[in-house]
Design a protein around this ligand. Structure first.
Ligand SMILES: *[C@@H]1O[C@H](CO)[C@@H](O)[C@H](O)[C@H]1NC(C)=O
Ligand SMILES: *[C@@H]1O[C@H](CO)[C@@H](O)[C@H](O)[C@H]1NC(C)=O
Ligand SMILES: *[C@@H]1O[C@H](CO)[C@@H](O)[C@H](O)[C@H]1NC(C)=O
Ligand SMILES: *[C@@H]1O[C@H](CO)[C@@H](O)[C@H](O)[C@H]1NC(C)=O
Ligand SMILES: *[C@@H]1O[C@H](CO)[C@@H](O)[C@H](O)[C@H]1NC(C)=O
Length: 520
């Protein structure tokens, strides 16, 4: 969900076109290419699909407030979204037909504990019990994220949400309820989704709720872009580790589950062989991924961040060091694309700097096929599957090869104003296939990746794009009140790969797609 927008708000968009011909897509992938026990799934998040925003006791999150203030480019909101709250049984059936091992979803904190702390909403509790039980009745594992951007508005109003350390206690208490109520059946937990994105989007550029930033980094009524992104990420890190500690001390022995955190993981490569650019790419990776990962694995922020951000980067006390270091059973990564960068030391000459200036890089290009030229054939994101391999290699070499779950990977199409749901999405099959082929090779080369989830199961309300970008392997007609689901070619392709029970006949895939493009 945090896809191309990151480029547009993080960096000036600048697409230079590298023409890379010859993706090899001929050898058909099969489940047998992957280790036994490897998990294949698909994902969504609560606010993005559930709808029923004011129903059965749910109260607003910061995203409801943001959308209702008309802040989305398409002026949309997720009051109804894909209506999964009412259609979860139908969706679980689709998952079963596709042959998924697992479904990644999130619990909406403002549905379960509408005021952020205190009273549990019995209807919220019932909904997640129903969903979990429905999944298990088909043998589909629930992989549950506790916090996926949707902070209860009550906590934002009361103490400025993530800016306050009170958030850590309230989040831990909410997690306690989740483990207690659902942990007998949920064995895979993620504390926080994309803390690196939320800190940046909400507190540096102000493009996300709660829209905090300062001049000249964005146009907000309050905030401080030079300090708040670092403070918020720090609080998310402490909240994460507090919840992991709780799980380990109180639940893990009995419930036997695993817990981790999920980070947006763009891969960065140097634009040239110049050592400055090579260092810049590494710096970008350290700022973007190491920001959260380095403390969790090694107990400290990356040295380069400390050097550049200085005292704006909070210190990890001795006590917190002990809590944070090692606070994971697996690392979740959301990976969509690779960016090539050049060094831009002039950024550091600015006396007033935000996180982006601290990074001191400039985008050279988004590594890709030439999108403009091939728009006719390829929609959505550039395909650079080797970027995933390099990313996994980075985890292997620098972070002790932790167990990894690829929690998001997928490709979008722009909504077509004349056609409520597209069905043929060969571009998406091409994307998924190439990334899975790269994953196959990485695993055989020693990567400890244990699962892969397509983003997304069904079309969602997309963060910052509303309903104008679609990622689903199942399409949703948002224009019809029934929010009817449609099986895309990619769902049939995935079902074929996974040995799904239904919907696989008629699987149609132009295996010569890439070849044809190369010949144009
Ligand atoms: C998976 O990797 C193995 C080992 O490198 C290779 O033989 C096989 O062709 C790969 N499968 C696909 C579909 O790429
Ligand atoms: C900031 O927002 C205000 C109110 O929406 C608008 O009038 C102004 O033009 C914006 N300034 C910039 C630099 O975008
Ligand atoms: C941001 O916080 C820093 C440190 O407290 C302070 O020096 C700076 O003036 C603040 N900037 C704004 C725009 O408030
Ligand atoms: C769906 O509805 C929106 C607004 O209600 C409209 O702009 C759009 O053209 C419709 N799309 C289709 C494919 O009917
Ligand atoms: C395979 O692993 C080795 C050792 O980590 C590394 O040097 C090599 O680059 C890797 N190859 C690929 C294709 O990732």
């Amino acid at each position: 969900m945090a896809r191309p927008f990151l480029i547009s708000f993080l960096f000036p968009l600048c697409i230079i076109f590298l023409l890379i011909c010859g993706g090899s897509t001929v050898a058909a992938l099969s489940r047998d290419d992957f280790p036994s026990g490897f998990i294949f799934g698909a994902g969504t998040s609560a606010y993005q699909v559930e709808g029923a925003a004011a129903e059965d006791g749910r109260k607003p999150s910061i995203w409801d407030a943001f959308c209702h203030a008309g802040k989305m480019p398409d002026h949309s909101n997720a009051d109804v979204a894909a209506d999964q709250y009412h259609k979860y049984k139908e969706d679980v059936k689709l998952m079963h037909e596709t042959g998924l091992d697992a479904y990644r979803f999130s619990i909406a904190w403002p549905r379960l504990i509408p005021d952020g702390r205190g009273e549990i909403n019995p209807k919220g509790l019932q909904y997640y019990n129903n969903l979990i039980n429905e999944l298990l009745s088909y043998g589909i594992q629930p992989h549950v994220t506790l916090y996926h951007f949707d902070l209860p508005q009550a906590l934002q109003d009361e103490y400025n949400g993530l800016l306050s350390t009170k958030f850590i206690d309230d989040f831990t208490a909410y997690a306690d309820v989740c483990f207690r109520e659902f942990g007998d059946r949920v064995k895979n937990w993620v504390t926080v989704n994309e803390p690196n994105v939320e800190s940046l989007g909400g507190y540096d550029q102000g493009a996300f709720p709660p829209e905090r930033c300062s001049y000249p980094f964005g146009n907000c009524t309050s905030g401080n872009s030079t300090t708040e992104p670092y403070i918020v990420a720090h609080h998310l890190l402490l909240a994460h580790s507090s919840v992991v500690l709780l799980y380990r001390e109180k639940y893990q022995a009995e419930q036997g589950g695993k817990i981790g955190i999920t980070i947006l993981a763009i891969w960065f490569v140097p634009a040239t062989e110049d050592p400055e650019d090579i260092a810049a790419a590494r710096r970008a990776v350290d700022f973007h991924i190491g920001w959260l990962l380095h403390p969790i694995v090694h107990g400290t922020y990356p040295a380069i961040m400390r050097k550049i951000a200085g005292s704006r980067l909070p210190l990890l006390s001795k006590e917190n060091f002990e809590k944070v270091k090692g606070s994971f059973d697996f690392i979740g990564i959301n990976h969509y694309f690779t960016i090539s960068v050049k060094s831009d030391p002039s950024q550091l000459k600015n006396k007033v700097r935000d996180y982006v200036r601290d990074m001191a890089v400039k985008i050279s290009n988004i590594v890709s096929l030439d999108k403009a030229l091939f728009r006719k054939y390829i929609k959505g994101l550039p395909v650079a599957p080797w970027g995933l391999s390099e990313l996994l290699e980075h985890f292997k070499i620098n972070y002790g090869n932790p167990p990894i779950m690829i929690h998001e990977n997928g490709d979008f199409e722009e909504a077509d104003s004349t056609n409520p749901v597209t069905i043929n999405d060969d571009f998406r099959i091409n994307y998924l296939e190439q990334y899975l082929e790269a994953l196959n090779l990485s695993i055989r080369n020693g990567s400890n990746t244990q699962g892969y989830f397509v983003w997304s199961l069904i079309d969602c309300f997309e963060i910052l794009f509303g309903y104008t970008n679609r990622y689903g392997i199942y399409g949703v007609n948002f224009n019809d009140t029934e929010k009817t689901r449609y099986t895309r070619s990619s769902a049939r392709w995935y079902a074929n790969l996974l040995g799904g029970k239904a919907n696989i006949k008629g699987a149609s895939r132009d295996t010569h797609l890439v070849k044809n493009i190369a010949l144009q």
